[in-house]
Structures are given as structure tokens and as C-alpha cells.
Design a protein around this ligand. Sequence first.
Ligand SMILES: Nc1ncnc2c1ncn2[C@@H]1O[C@H](COP(=O)(O)OP(=O)(O)O)[C@@H](O)[C@H]1O
Ligand SMILES: [Mg+2]
Length: 336
Amino acid sequence: MSERPAIVTEGLKKAFGRVRAVDGVDLSVAPGSVFGLLGPNGAGTTTTVRILTTLLRPDGGRAEVMGHDVVRDADRLRASIGLAGQYAAVDETLTGRENLDLVGRLYHLDRAEARRRAEEVLERFGLAQAADRIVKTYSGGMRRRLDLGASLVGRPDVLFLDEPTTGLDPRSRLGLWELIRELVRGGTTLLLSTQYLDEADVLCDRIAVIDVGKIIAEGTADQLKGRVGGEVLEFRVPDRDRFADACAVAVALELGAPNMDKETGKVSVPVGERGSTAIIRAVRELDSAGIHVEDLALRRPTLDDVFLALTGHEAEVALEEAVANGKRGRRGRRER
Ligand SMILES: Nc1ncnc2c1ncn2[C@@H]1O[C@H](COP(=O)(O)OP(=O)(O)O)[C@@H](O)[C@H]1O
Ligand SMILES: [Mg+2]
């Protein structure tokens, strides 16, 4: 398509002292599409979103949203976007309705129009019952819905959601996914950051995987999952003294490079399409080595698996460690 992208960045950079939070990011997001920035804590996704929403100035490169430069046309850019984040930016001492009214007035809507849009958002986001309650009494899921609703009062062309579901319980998470999907059916362009591959999978047309300020892969969820190579066999070794032996068994299966975490006792192995035979072989080998394991299962790949597959880095470190001293495993790289 020759249509102008809704979001473009070229060589975008931002450093905080010696930390290169965003280190040469090139993005192009088609209008009406959902684009995911997928990365672990500290990858630089919030910094990218803050630059694109004019809350931070870049140090280098350039970025445009709906044709507006983030630095030169910041005012016009702001009028065409909405932003909702991991930490709901709503006023706890006001009611849900008052919060939305306030946002409407920030967008210079007249009073009647602000009321009307607030009403619409409350209805659509299942907050009508709670509209006149102070936000302090809302659950986490309700706050997030209100925050998301507030970002829509100005009817933005482009919506930015920074980790919209982090910290939510599974039910609220599903509810929010439903809402987000409904939104984008209406043609809104959405850029969303997340730490969850399954979330990106459900919501995004395209995904960029980010690690320490750089894009290390880009494609559809299926393409990324393809890089991992199908499912992952996982089990836990409760007896830490047998952890190294269990790792050796995982290596001997000769499937994919195992990921081992001594701290949690977890071992995971990418098994491609050979899930059912892999699980049988693993059970047999572990059993004949006299190693007791728990929670043995096949699961879908996560961001950790994608990272491992893309960089190979953790696998090497974990393998070296396992081989070198047989006792110590890697630490989980992500804070949770
Ligand atoms: N205002 C700031 N001052 C100093 N360092 C920051 C600031 N904001 C972010 N950083 C650092 O920049 C890196 C990227 O941060 P961030 O964009 O928040 O990552 P993410 O949202 O992907 O978790 C991290 O190392 C973080 O500590
Ligand atoms: Mg963040």
C-alpha cells in the first residue's frame, strides 16, 4: 500500500546518561493496523511511547504520527492521539464521570459534548453503574478501563497503550482485550507495548521485538513463533541436587537448546512439532535417570522463548554453566 504510515520513526534515539534507552529504532505502522512493541522490562518501550506522544524529546533520529513531527508539530500531534498506560492516569479523588468530563474539557469540547462522550465511554466500558463512585473504590480492572476510556474521549486517530494489561487478573485482561479489539475494528491505529507474546499474538497485526533499545526482530506473531519453532516442553525439578542431571537429560534429548533456571528449578525445551513424542521420551529418560519432576507439560512459546531463539544468548550462558559446574543455573532475566 502506498498509503502514508500512521506512525514512522527513523533512527530514533534517546539516552538517559549512559543508558541508551532507545538506540536507533525504525518503525512504520500502517493506518488502521495494530502494532506491538514486545520487550522485557527495560527494553525501552515506554521511552519510545513517551517520545511518540511528545512527553519526551528524542536525542536523535525523527518520528512522525499522522504526518506530524514529534518535535516540530507537537501540538497538532497531541490533538490526534490518545494515551493510556500501565499506571492508570486517573484522578482517584474524582468519580469516573468527573474524570471523563475533565478530559473532555482538556480537549476543549463544549460541556454538552463532553458529557455525551463521557456517557458513551461509561456505557461502552461497563462503568455506567460505577460512574458516580469515587475512583478510589474501583478495582484495578475498572481503573484501567476508565483510563482507556479517557484516552478515547478525544476520538484519536492513533491510540498508544503502554502495557495495558500488566498487573491485571486474567478475567480483566480478557475483558480489556475484547475492548481493544472492538476499538480497532472502528479503524483506530493502535501502538501497544507488552511483555506478553500471547497478548501481542491476540491483538497485533505486526510485532517488533525490542531488546535494550534495539529492534531484534519484526513480523507477524506467527512468524515470530515460527522462529521459536512450535511448542515448548517444560518441567520443574523440585530436588535442586538433581537439577544438573535433569538439564543433562534435556540436552541429550537433542531437540532444541534448553532454557534452565536453577532458581525456580524449571527446564524448558523448544520441541517444534514433535511435542507428543518429546513428552514421552522426556518422561522415559527422566524416569530411568531416577529424576523426579513436576508440572511436566507442553506449552505455547512466551517472550522468553522468542528471545532465546532470536539471540541464542541465554541458551549458551545456561549451557556453559550447566556443563561447567553442573550445579548453577541462570537467573531469570526478567523482573516479574
Ligand atoms: N527518566 C529516566 N531516567 C533515567 N533512566 C531512565 C528513565 N526512563 C527510562 N530509563 C531507563 O531506560 C531504559 C528503558 O526504560 P523504559 O523505556 O521504561 O523500558 P520499558 O518500558 O521497556 O520497560 C531502562 O534502563 C530505564 O531504567
Ligand atoms: Mg514500560
